[in-house]
Design a protein around this ligand. Sequence first.
Ligand code: COA
Length: 315
Amino acid sequence: MNHGHAFGVRDAEAGDLAALQELAVGALRWDAADAGELVDLLWPATDTEFALVRTVDEEIVGLAFGSLGPIPRDPAASRRGHLNLLAVDAAARRRGHATALVAALEERLREVGAGDILIGGATPRFAWPGIDVRYTPATCFAEARGYVPARDAVNMTVELDRAEANGRLATKADEARLAEHGITVRRLTEADRERITPWLAGWGGTWREETLSTLHHPDTAGSYVAVLHDGELDAEYVGFAAYGVNRRDWFGPMGTSGEQRKLGVGRVLLRRCMADLHARGYRTAQIGWTGPVAFYTRALDAYVERVFRMYRKGR
Ligand SMILES: CC(C)(COP(=O)(O)OP(=O)(O)OC[C@H]1O[C@@H](n2cnc3c(N)ncnc32)[C@H](O)[C@@H]1OP(=O)(O)O)[C@@H](O)C(=O)NCCC(=O)NCCS
């Protein structure tokens, strides 16, 4: 079967980066604009992240990146493993390379204590919320390897030129109305960090990390906040929105405090972010891992486009 070739799986090394980026660009056709960057995004940054490569005669033909999730609150629960990126060179498919990579990654994850393994967004750093169903060989592969579909998530597309032409990026009138309620919408800055951190933490998940991370990447990311009585002693954050957190043209997360909903705070935050992306030269933007579809359709004429399927494999 192997005709004398030497097959192996090993840890990726820094010197492999360029080859892995090239591999990702060739394999990820639905992410053509930034496929290479996804390798950098998901490259191991902590000791609970892994990057493996498959080699044939020392030539790299595939990659699998994974990570071990945080320690769960429930002491009886195991940590969750994640498969974050998988790609095999188009010329080397259907020869079991992905199977070998995923088997090695699963073993590695189990060695460090993973219970189940998820193919889904390993927040705060993720490329997708699951497998884009148009990567159909990958969904078939996941199912063949015993992964069970968990749920679907969607992205919505915003056509920014069209949104602007239709007045969907304008916020002046809304902001004037919010001002009457004592609410200001402005950019999040480093000066907000201390005060906003506990408030953002209250939103749960990793929205605090995701939103604050935009302060470190002002060239590719940004965020806005809505503040009641801004600059006064009783100032209170009532909304936030971020873009460019993991992927340059993706919007999210965002949130508006319960008691301030229905005033148009979310719409203004959203449109300010979209106007930034438009000004940065993007023609389209993605509402990533969308929650309230109706809200984004109303505010921006956004439409559901990418569908991602999350998969889970038990112990
Ligand atoms: C998904 C991918 C990694 C599979 O790599 P591969 O090395 O070809 O996979 P394997 O040879 O180990 O396949 C194992 C099994 O998966 C299933 N499978 C893989 N490709 C398939 C296809 N095109 N159609 C149907 N089933 C497929 C089959 O059950 C296969 O077993 P079989 O060949 O005995 O029928 C590869 O298609 C790829 O790189 N796709 C583009 C990148 C991508 O979609 N990544 C996912 C986003 S993270």
